[in-house]
Structures are given as C-alpha cells and as structure tokens.
Design a protein around this ligand. Structure first.
Ligand SMILES: [Zn+2]
Length: 356
C-alpha cells in the first residue's frame, strides 16, 4: 500500500513538472517603457530573471533623486512587468552603463523586489559628469545598493550564469570582442560604403563603455548593447562581422543618430528591430530612414511614437505608446526553434515570426 501511495505521489509530481515545463518553455522579454531610458526584463524558460537596466529614478529625469518607491515611475513599471510575468525577484541585474536613464531606478526597485546579483563594468570615469549632469550622484546611489548584493564584472567573452541560455558579453568598459562569435566573422561588405571608424559617439565617456550581450536560446538570438555607440559599436560590425546575425536587435542608444551606421544593421541582419525611444529622446530621423531601407528587416517595433521632426515612424500597430500618458510594454516570446511572437501591450495585437 505504501508503495502505491508513493508511486501516485511521484506520478502527480511528474505530471506537475511536465505541466509547468510546458507552460514555461518560452523565453520572454518585456521591453518596458521608461520614456527613452532602458529597462528590459528577460524571463528564461527556467523562470530565472535577468533585468537589463532599470530606467530613471524618481519622477524620471537625469537629475531626479530616488524617493518613495511607491511613487517611483520606472521602478513601478518594472514591478508591473514582473507581476505580469509571475516573477517576484530579479536574479541578475545587468546595468549596461552608468547613466541615470539606466541605473537610476535601481534604488527604488531594490525596495520593491529582491535583486540577487549585480552585473556591470565596475565604475564610471569622473568626466562622465561633464556631458550628463547627475551621473556621479546616480552612480553612488546605485553602488550603495550593489554593495549589499553579489557583484560580477564580466570580461569580454564571459557568459552570464543563466540556465538554458547562452548570454555572452560582447562589449564592456570600452572594449569589444576581437574574435567572432560562432557563426560570425566574415568580412562585412557594407563597411566599404561607410566612413571608418563610423560616427562619433554623442557622449564619449560612458556610452561607449556599455556592457552588451548577445543572448541565444536554441536558434533564437537577441542583441542588446545598451548605449554602445561610436567606435566600439562600429568595431562589432566592421571590418569583420563579429556578432553575426540575430533575430532581434534592440537598436543601440535608443536609436540616436550615433547608432545609425547602415553597416551595423547589415552585420546584425535582424528580422525585428526594437526601439526603446521616448517621445523625443532617441528615435533620430536618420535611424528611421536607415531602418526603412535595411535589407531583410521584417518589422520595427517602437516603445514610443517619435515626435522628432522628420522621424518617419512605423505604423501605429507597431508602436506601444502614442504619447507620454501611457506606459505600455512590448512583449516578445521566443521558442528554441527560433520562432517568436511580438505583442503590443497597448493594442494586444500580436505578430508571429516563424522559424527560419
Ligand atoms: Zn541611455
């Protein structure tokens, strides 16, 4: 009798495991609206969480100070995405670089949910304050929270410790990989048409130090390089294509003009580009023009309709927020065969992209 009972318990547990496994087999990525900063919540098939950046502090400017987490615009938006995903903690927080539109929301977020391990490139040079006032204060506030958790400063080519995913560091602290990733490495013919070494970074001190990752789940590939711009972004694509093709590219630096080099789009060959632009932050007309012409690009999804003069926006059904009164996300769910779906949080409209 005992044996039969034990068997039933095992069978029930097994069934539960299978059911859970079936429900959680996708890789889910929430592109959260933080009004032209970055916050990207990645939930793995094993239900681990990687948050890439945490938006702005407080009311949402570079000079805002962290305050009551109940009123924190961006930390609350991240918490809402986590609730939607059914997760209650951030296992890994990757801060791509130390500007307040990326590290600013951490102080408040840490009061809303536990953060396990902090991943970043260590520290910020003092001259970063020159171009972006508030940078050093934001870093000090972030570093105080980081000091209470585990901290990893990954080297180029390191893999983030996520189960079932391959998340490899392609840029950090101003350097980029010199050996191509598997499947990449050929000469990029599009480089010849552009002026080496690409456009200068608008902000030369901290954006080019962004920690970037190429994440792979089975055949699905996603590239997020934060605000990498200028020479290091160009170096990933020219003269040789070191990253290779990806399915989805979160366009660098909120689609500012220094992320517009056509050679980068030719190298990454994304099927879908995502813009984490704001109403006027990022979303340069030059990037829209490049994206409308980019060969092989099937769709562009925008967190915001751009109000910048000359910005040739994509159609409204690909735009999560038509103005600053709403804060909808774009949600992507990927399968290990490389197929994925993208959902507009505002309209509920979805589009599927089949395996190639
Ligand atoms: Zn930024």
């Amino acid at each position: 009798m005992k044996q039969i009972v034990a068997c039933l318990v095992v069978a029930a547990a097994l069934a539960a495991t299978i059911a859970c496994g079936a429900a959680a087999r996708t890789l889910d990525i929430y592109f959260i609206d933080v009004e032209g900063g970055q916050s990207t919540l990645i939930v793995t098939p094993a239900r681990q969480t990687l948050l890439i950046d945490a938006g702005f502090p407080g009311s949402g400017t570079f000079q805002s100070k962290p305050g009551d987490p109940r009123d924190a615009r961006d930390a609350q938006r991240i918490a809402a995405a986590a609730r939607d995903a059914g997760v209650a903690r951030i296992d890994y927080l990757l801060i791509t670089h130390f500007h307040a539109d990326h590290d600013g929301g951490v102080v408040e977020l840490a009061q809303l949910m536990p953060i396990g391990t902090f991943i970043d490139h260590g520290s910020v040079p003092p001259e970063a304050e020159q171009n972006v006032a508030g940078t050093l204060d934001a870093f000090q506030a972030y570093a105080a929270v980081r000091a209470k958790g585990r901290h990893i400063e990954p080297k180029l080519g390191d893999r983030l410790p996520l189960k079932g995913l391959d998340a490899i560091v392609v840029s950090s602290a101003g350097s980029t990989i010199v050996k191509p990733l598997a499947g990449a490495g050929g000469h990029n013919p599009a480089c010849a048409a552009t002026s080496s070494p690409g456009p200068d970074a608008q902000e030369p001190h901290e954006n080019p130090r962004s920690t970037g990752i190429r994440l792979r789940f089975g055949k699905f590939r996603f590239l997020d390089v934060g605000d990498l711009s200028g020479q290091p972004l160009f170096a990933l694509a020219c003269p040789n294509n070191l990253v290779g093709p990806v399915d989805v590219y979160l366009v660098a630096h909120h689609a500012n003009v220094d992320a517009t080099d056509p050679a980068t789009f030719a190298a990454f060959k994304a099927r879908v580009a995502i813009l984490n632009n704001g109403a006027t932050k990022g979303g340069a007309p030059e990037v829209f023009a490049t994206l409308h012409r980019a060969p092989g690009l099937e769709d562009v999804w925008q967190l915001h309709r751009s109000e910048n003069a000359g910005a040739d926006n994509f159609t409204d059904d690909r735009i999560a927020n038509l103005n600053e009164r709403t804060a909808h996300w774009i949600k992507l769910s990927a399968n290990d065969d490389g197929s994925f779906r993208v959902r507009n949080g505002r309209t509920g409209g979805e589009k599927g992209y089949g395996a190639r």
